[in-house]
Design a protein around this ligand. Structure first.
Ligand code: B16
Ligand code: MG
Length: 219
């Protein structure tokens, strides 16, 4: 195995828990459409693009709508979602993340964001983490969604890294698959039973020791 030099972070569910805001905003849209939307259904939307998320909700409710209505709901949902984002601050950074970012910077590693979200930059700004990132690849930069490796391969390219020098932190199954498809080391953040395909899984960043990261770096 190559030494790890570049650390790619997913955003939602890895750096911050914005899934709860996506849930509230999607629930409102689903209710308008007369579709029941539960926390379990919300799991299906993690790591998935905005357009695909609405398609899934419509499939759940067995409902068809016009293209104009589809676009209107997407816009409404994003407006609602942004009203939650507006209130975010550094207290919403998930435990252990800031320490990990500082450690990587101190070691001279590259830090990259690899997210499906088109709102990634405003969120990083709100929580005050922008300065840590050497490159940001988000939903505005890619045409293919995870599990396609495009988002992570572009992150490698923008930091002149080879895929085998990159490690990806991801909370979604599709994201782990995207990292594996990119030929990168995949680290799942969440439950082992769910993220079975990851090379390693940790409940959160407080469980990732510096010794573990040092080993990957000095391999
Ligand atoms: P937006 P990630 C993903 O972010 C979320 O997990 C997913 O639930 C969301 O639908 C997607 O971003 C698009 O977000 O509506 O803000 O463009 O986990 O890839 O950082
Ligand atoms: Mg995620």
């Amino acid at each position: 195995m190559q030494k790890i030099r570049t650390y790619i972070f997913d955003l939602d569910g890895v750096i911050v828990d914005t899934a709860k805001y996506h849930f509230q905003a999607w629930k409102k849209s689903a209710e308008e459409l007369g579709i029941e939307f539960t926390k379990d259904s919300n799991e299906l939307l993690k790591g998935v693009s905005r357009i695909r998320s609405l398609e899934i909700i419509l499939e759940l409710g067995n409902k068809k709508i016009s293209d104009a209505e589809f676009d209107r709901i997407l816009n409404e949902k994003n407006k609602n979602y942004l009203s939650y984002i507006e209130k975010m601050d550094a207290s919403e950074i998930l435990p252990g993340v800031l320490d990990a970012l500082k450690w990587i910077k101190n070691e001279g590693g590259k830090i990259v964001l690899g997210s499906a979200s088109k709102n990634a930059k405003p969120i990083l700004e709100k929580v005050g983490l922008m300065e840590y990132f050497d490159a940001i690849v988000d939903g505005n930069d890619v045409s293919k969604v995870k599990p396609d490796p495009e988002v992570f391969l572009l992150g490698a390219e923008r930091t002149n890294s080879k895929p085998e020098e990159c490690l990806v932190f991801e909370d979604a199954i599709a994201g782990i698959q995207a990292a594996n498809n990119a030929g990168m080391l995949s680290i799942g953040i969440g439950e082992k039973e769910v993220l079975k395909e990851a090379d390693y899984v940790f409940a959160d960043f407080t469980q990732i020791s510096k010794e573990f990261l040092e080993k990957l770096e000095n391999n």
